[in-house]
Design a protein. Sequence first.
Length: 405
Amino acid sequence: MQFVDEASIHVAAGKGGNGCLSFRREKYVAKGGPDGGDGGNGGDVILVGDDSLNTLIDFRYQRRYRAENGEGGQGRQCSGKAGEHLYIQVPVGTTVIDEETLEVLGDITEIGQELIVAQGGRRGLGNTRFKSSTNRAPRKTTNGTLGEERNLRFEMKVMADVGLLGLPNAGKSTLIRSVSAAKPKVANYPFTTLVPNLGVVKLGQFKHFVMADIPGLIEGASEGAGLGFRFLKHLTRARLLLHLVDVAPFDESDPVESAQAIIRELEQYSPTLAERPRWLVLNKLDLLPEEQREVVCERIVSELNWQGPVFRVSAISSDGTQVVCQQIMNWLDEQRAAQAENPALAEEEAEIRGRMEEEAVERVEAYLERRHGPRIKSAEELSEEDEDDDDFDDDDYDVEVEYAK
């Protein structure tokens, strides 16, 4: 199945049913009074997290979704039937964004989690609601209101504990094949990986974590080059980043400069993401002569001024990979235990993810403005600007009025 991690759809909630204008008519009752019922509320559009889905490809073929309208009221004070809610299944890990305002409406991060993205219209009132001591036969009713309509953009981010970061051909896919049952395509040329791959690393019966292999990044990824936006966003869900560096690149490029380029792109895309825990993994040691390995690795660590953990591996032969996985598992266990003991840490983690999401949206918005010009402001934003313009300047009166005869 094709992996699709972005999709745009249009959703419309149901319209509320109109109130009924009716009067009671029975034998021997000439003027029975009003008995018009209310309409039914319109149905909502609700997103539901589904763990059986792992792509947004279905939304490429069906883009418009509409909930059921509420039925109108009837006589004898019968209310109209409310419209059925429309439930849309989306993959867990989906971020929902309003395309017009770029507001993040919510994140679907749990199985069965529900998010209302379009509220149904309110019901109209029947004439029974308007009777009073002075108006015994009201002919007034109200119509149901329209339901909300939105243009939504879905962005799916893979749910992983560890994210692999690096240039194309750094050995990320080889590493995930080595430590898990995932089988991404591996070849001796850049850009072999075109979509994210997930692998479950098992270290025991109840010891495991999820690793995400995202396509390689290139210089300018933070500005959208090489679909950088679509790849970098998958790292925002990870607790830990593994920065893979090829110590013996086939093009004889400098590994230090390559690593620095990735760090710059990470900082430009999201400063908060760049501050996440990041470990350095020096890969492809088997391609270096034994007498050069220590010198090359020490030079890379020294020139990068790397302060965090450093690992030396050969992913293709699984040399050193087990040590990396065990250290990751220990670190994740410590993080989970700390959050269980201190709920404030869990709240801090949620705030960090929120900041990363905001920074990513700002970066995408700036990119779209460069390509297509500034977006059109919504009516709410324009009204807020009008309210803020409280100062009376001379320019406020430089208006020419023409009268049509």
